[in-house]
Design a binder for this molecule. Structure first.
Ligand code: FUB
Length: 317
């Protein structure tokens, strides 16, 4: 039986505070974005790898009441997907929506898999793989091709940060956003790995500074966490400043693989991340949560206080 599908205006029992997790189900690696004054979250379906063959999306007008959009990307539309559909990165550009995904959890360059790209006309898809093969399908600089994040700099140039196994690369995107092109020096991949990096890169620009963030530790365990660096360039160097998100013995363990969205106010920031329920040791039992993130006067990021209450309703209009 298909799951109920609600329009926002029809949602029963609208809430004023999100609570954490913000929606039910095992969901990890949440990519939170804003499209057309609406919040969107695209998470990994946190299931055994062989069952990770689709992705749902969630949308909200206020960060509190979320509407589920089932299977916006699924195996019917990716011919080379076998398992482990991971860690979405979704952007709006060129009048379309581009959905970058990791697939197949490849362990060597003989296997088929890596980072692919699917395109749709709307944020709810159906997203369709456009290349018929991975965009990045090899292990370069020791980085497993997973956990991509696509960042648009102020000059309009898009870059992709990606990589697991403790290595992070940056590549330059072509204007079609389904290709990568050489940097000015002719290279295609630059390694930008900071100290302690494991996976899950994220980039944010604020007041001219590049805030690079990543996850540390093992995503199955309690120590998974998020750290950051500040740089003057999208290429770094990224000097580790410290952790901003980690387990709290009263709230949850294994908090990591995050993304960040901005609210309506000048400095209103939200961190969206996954974490394990207290006492639950199944690595796939990951839930998507949201909390406030604050910058201090000197531009550093204050440690995030994880909550069970989440955030208050915040419209973008
Ligand atoms: O969800 C699958 C993998 O777990 C992601 O690719 C990693 O970042 C970790 O969160």
């Amino acid at each position: 039986m298909s799951e109920p599908f609600y329009k926002y205006s029809e949602l029963p029992n609208k809430k004023e505070e999100s609570g954490n997790p913000i929606f039910s189900g095992w969901y990890a690696d949440p990519e939170a974005v804003v499209f057309d004054n609406k919040y969107w979250i695209y998470p990994t379906s946190s299931l055994p790898f062989e069952q990770q063959l689709y992705m749902d999306a969630f949308s909200s007008e206020d960060l509190v009441n979320w509407e589920k959009h089932p299977k916006v990307l699924s195996i019917e539309n990716i011919s080379w997907l076998r398992k482990a559909l991971w860690a979405p990165a979704v952007i709006e550009a060129n009048g379309k929506y581009y959905f970058y995904f990791g697939a197949n959890d490849i362990k060597n360059n003989e296997e088929i898999g890596g980072i692919g790209v699917a395109v749709a006309d709307t944020p709810i898809g159906p997203f369709k793989d456009v290349l018929g093969k991975p965009l990045i399908g090899k292990i370069v600089n020791g980085a497993q091709p997973i956990d991509q994040f696509v960042f648009k700099d102020d000059d309009g140039q898009y870059y992709m940060y990606y990589g697991g196994w403790g290595h992070c690369n940056i590549v330059k995107m072509g204007t079609d956003l389904i290709s990568i092109v050489p940097f000015e020096d002719g290279t295609m991949y630059k390694e930008v790995t900071p100290e302690n990096y494991v996976e899950g890169p994220f980039m944010l620009k604020r007041n001219g500074k590049y805030y690079f963030m990543w996850s540390e530790g093992d995503w199955n365990g309690p120590d998974y966490s998020v750290a950051y660096a500040i740089a003057d360039s999208p290429f770094g160097p990224f000097r580790r400043m410290g952790q901003i998100l980690k387990q709290d013995k009263n709230i949850a363990t294994g908090a990591g693989h995050h993304s960040i969205i901005k609210g309506l106010d000048k400095d209103e920031w939200y961190i969206v991340y996954h974490r394990h329920p207290l006492g639950d040791t199944d690595g796939n039992h990951r839930v998507t949560c949201i909390d406030r993130m604050y910058f201090s006067q000197d531009g550093s990021i204050l440690p995030v206080e994880m909550t069970n209450t989440g955030v208050k309703a915040a419209s973008l209009r």
